[in-house]
Design a protein around this ligand. Structure first.
Ligand code: G3I
Length: 343
């Protein structure tokens, strides 16, 4: 958790794209051709100018999730205005490469802005601005995205309940979440609307809180239509934890998205990384087809990982959390991922 908060706090270093690497020989058949569900990867605009990255992205994946360009930090201006230049650019680059886009993330405890803070004690105006933000962002990309993370990371890290945040203080604990999903459904009647969180595999209390929140939302009639488990895990995660988590989320009957998987080699035995990636594929494949929203890897090559930017990072033993190495060559994890897709 320390690493994650350091990385988030450090705000990542400037986007990659510096020093485009040479494309590497692909000795792996396209992953997406073997998959019975969509395969995604995290992307940032600068990466579309890096031949090594585009070769991996276009060969193996169906869609991208923007690492930051569709979040408030990239769109919401200090005065409450909206700047879509970054998100438009990313969506355009993805479309040029024939990649779908998964919208991430509309409402997140980690981001906000002075224009909302200024309304914190005026609930009616806050609500209007809140629903207006969702409506305008979703309206702009209506018909261009395969789904949205409507609310990201609502559960406290210790699993004891919902986080307090700017949104909950203004609109109430379940209230801000229900309002977000209602506003999202008004903005787009068709697109799948996800609730997304992390450490559900490693923290049963957090998983239980996430599931009881989802059940409460459904009982309240919120148009929740998908559940995302980010799956930012370490190599020391016990076998079966991913499968158990996906199975428990799927028990609510909604599509499930393994939405941000990476398997950090900073903790545990790196030799377990292939098995953990394979387990995510097996868990998704075990679901009824209608519930297989897909598996999204949080980066293409190890060098593209957020875990390699900012925060604590050992240059002598860099983290190798993804399927392809720094030069875009498939690692044993990619081979195991492919074998599980074919199984
Ligand atoms: O590269 C730009 C630079 O051009 C710009 O001038 C500068 C202005 O702030 O920002 C730079 O972008 C940074 C971006 O990462 C690319 O490096 C942003 O500052 C920085 O905030 C952003 O961090 C992202 C972080 O979420 C916060 O949005 C990470 O890339 C991204 O991997 C991380 O992803 C999160 C998921 O959304 C939710 N789950 C956890 C996951 C990891 O923390």
């Amino acid at each position: 958790m320390l690493r994650r908060s350091l990385l988030l706090g450090a705000g990542a270093l400037a986007a990659c794209g510096a020093g485009a690497s040479k494309p590497s020989p692909q000795t792996l058949a396209p992953l997406k051709d073997a998959a019975s569900f969509p395969l995604g990867l995290a992307a940032m605009t600068g990466q579309f100018d890096d031949g090594g990255w585009t070769q991996v992205a276009r060969t193996h994946f169906d869609r991208i999730t923007p690492e930051w360009e569709m979040k408030m930090e990239a769109i919401l201006l200090e005065d409450g205005g909206l700047d879509f230049s970054r998100s438009d650019q990313l969506v355009a680059r993805a479309r040029q490469m024939g990649l779908g886009v998964f919208g991430h993330a509309l409402i997140w405890y980690a981001q906000g802005g002075p224009s909302f803070e200024a309304l914190a004690d005026r609930p009616a105006e806050f609500r209007r601005a809140y629903r207006g933000y969702i409506a305008r962002v979703m309206g702009r990309y209506r018909g261009q995205v395969t789904g949205w993370d409507v609310v990201n990371e609502p559960i406290r890290d210790d699993g004891s309940g919902l986080r307090d945040c700017l949104w909950s203080r203004a609109l109430g604990q379940d209230g801000y979440i229900i309002e977000a999903f209602e506003a999202a459904r008004e903005a787009d009647p068709d697109v799948p609307l996800f609730l997304n969180d992390y450490n559900l595999e490693s923290n049963p209390a957090k998983r239980r809180s996430f599931l009881t929140l989802a059940e409460r939302l459904l009982r309240a009639g919120a148009p929740l239509s998908g559940l995302g488990t980010q799956t930012h895990i370490d190599c020391d995660l016990p076998d079966g934890a991913i499968r158990q988590t996906v199975r428990e989320l799927a028990a609510l009957g909604l599509p499930v998205h393994v939405s941000e998987i990476d398997v950090s080699t900073d903790a545990g035995d790196p030799a377990r990384q292939p098995r953990l990636f394979a387990e995510a594929v097996e868990a998704m494949g075990d679901l009824p087809p209608a519930q297989r929203f897909g598996v999204t890897v949080w980066g293409a090559r190890d060098r593209d990982s957020w875990l390699r930017r900012g925060g604590e990072h050992n240059p002598l033993s860099p983290d190798r959390p993804l399927l392809f190495d720094d030069d875009g060559r498939p690692k044993p994890a990619a081979q195991a991922f492919a074998a599980a897709l074919r199984a």
